[in-house]
Write a protein that binds this ligand. Structure first.
Ligand SMILES: C[S@@+](CC[C@H](N)C(=O)[O-])C[C@H]1O[C@@H](n2cnc3c(N)ncnc32)[C@H](O)[C@@H]1O
Length: 405
């Protein structure tokens, strides 16, 4: 990977970030939680992956998200939003990335005469805010006039909350189960100044949460545990390192907090992940933590800190529990493919103008990637929660899987 690795200022920035994290590790007595490490490598002001100067989205970045691939993604989300907005209300988008989704959504809602009262964006990265402003302005100055950026969570939300691929970018805690002992995986500093894994026996509270979740997953998933003779514990013990996985506490806390501020309307979250029994499947014994650098995926979170993406999949059952705790109803859960099809993706694809064959081919190939089970169609899910809205969301009409959560 070194042949395509970073150089110059980027490497110097990464070294500075390692130095700062090392100082925190020293001050903390030798290690910090992986969640704290992930927070700093992604969001350290000026040096984090999302807060530094490097371009992370798109063909010249490290990964491509759905709105970057096709404008039809935003059109489909607009169909769902229009139903929930019902002619009033605002949209609050979290982690708006390059601004592509906001631009597509506002353009589609303008065309449908269904613009929201306002469009608020909550974004942690100042660099990205500027890029979002440019993308929305390119779609129309009158659209930009409706948009405002918030530095903190709104106190009350009446309308629609959106977050595409945001939960996977929230810091996670990592654990390892060996026999009956739960260890928390930590980050420490080696003598040569490099960062790496360490671990300690988990505190009681964390260990209890891990055991509770694995217990639920493995009893609910006993039928799925083929190849393990139905004995999930034996299989887990036979894994060389024990069973390693993550707990997305911050994502769940975020859903609970934002959900509690939703006074009327819906929250639509799209991301990659599984219901609990699949997330913690005995065979998934190395967890879901993944890193991306220039379109290559790997699993070393200590490579070039601050210059590569670090993510974890979403336990959608945990997210649904957090939403229920905030008093929200679950409005639907489906694969991204089913959700987009129910929102009219094929009809929008058929209606694409064909005068520009290159553009048409690009769009239809992107639609194929959004829908294909081998790409984003099945791994990515859409989940929605609501308060005071009818349980008839258009995106979950035909294949609602909420019973699997
Ligand atoms: C993988 S990117 C997805 C960007 C965009 N939604 C898209 O689909 O292209 C993750 C984004 O989530 C943002 N993010 C992470 N945690 C956040 C939080 N608590 N509040 C707002 N944005 C957050 C990051 O700054 C980044 O812009």
């Amino acid at each position: 990977m070194n042949a395509v690795g970073p150089s110059g200022q980027a490497l110097a920035d990464s070294r500075e970030l390692v130095r700062r994290i090392g100082a925190e590790i020293d001050a903390a007595g030798g290690s910090i939680g992986f969640d704290r490490y992930m927070q700093r490598v992604l969001y350290e002001p000026g040096l984090g992956y999302y807060t530094g100067p490097n371009r992370v989205f798109g063909a010249d970045g490290d990964f491509v998200t759905a709105p970057e691939m096709s404008s039809l993604f935003g059109r489909c989300i607009a169909t769902q939003c229009a139903q929930w907005l019902g002619g009033s209300g605002e949209i609050v988008e979290f982690g708006a990335g390059s601004g592509a989704l906001a631009a597509q959504l506002l353009s589609a809602l303008r065309d449908a005469h269904a613009l929201p009262r306002a469009y608020a964006i909550v974004e942690l990265s100042a660099t990205l805010r500027e890029r979002q402003r440019e993308a929305i302005a390119a779609a129309g100055e009158e659209l930009l006039a409706r948009v405002r950026w918030l530095d903190e969570l709104p106190r009350r939300i009446d309308g629609v909350v959106l977050a595409n691929e945001v939960l996977d970018a929230m810091p996670v805690r990592v654990f390892r189960l060996a026999g009956t002992v739960v260890y928390e995986r930590l980050v420490s500093l080696a003598d040569d100044g490099s960062l790496g894994w360490a671990e300690r026996v988990a505190d009681e509270r964390f260990a209890a949460r891990v055991r509770e979740r694995l217990g639920q997953a493995w009893s609910a998933g006993a039928d799925d545990a083929r190849g393990f003779d139905g004995d999930a514990d034996a299989s887990v013990d036979s894994a060389p390192l024990g069973y390693v996985s993550e707990l997305g506490e911050q994502a769940e806390a975020w859903v609970a907090t934002v959900g509690s501020r939703l006074v009327r309307g819906a929250m639509l979250l799209i991301d990659y992940g599984f219901p609990r029994r699949e997330f913690y499947h005995p065979q998934r014994d190395q967890g879901t933590l993944r890193c991306h650098f220039r379109h290559r995926a790997h699993d070393d979170p200590f490579l070039w800190p601050g210059l590569q993406d670090v993510t974890a999949h979403v336990d959608f059952s945990g997210v649904a529990e957090a939403a229920a705790g905030a008093g929200l109803d679950t409005l639907g859960y489906a694969s991204q493919a089913r959700f987009l099809l129910d929102c009219g993706l094929l009809e929008a694809c058929v209606a694409l103008p064909r005068e520009d064959p290159v553009g048409w081919t690009r769009e239809t190939q992107a639609v194929q990637r959004l829908l294909s089970e081998a790409e984003m169609g099945e791994l990515f899910k859409a989940i929605a929660f609501g308060r005071g809205v009818p349980d008839d969301a258009v995106g979950f009409r035909t294949r609602d899987r909420r019973a699997s959560l």
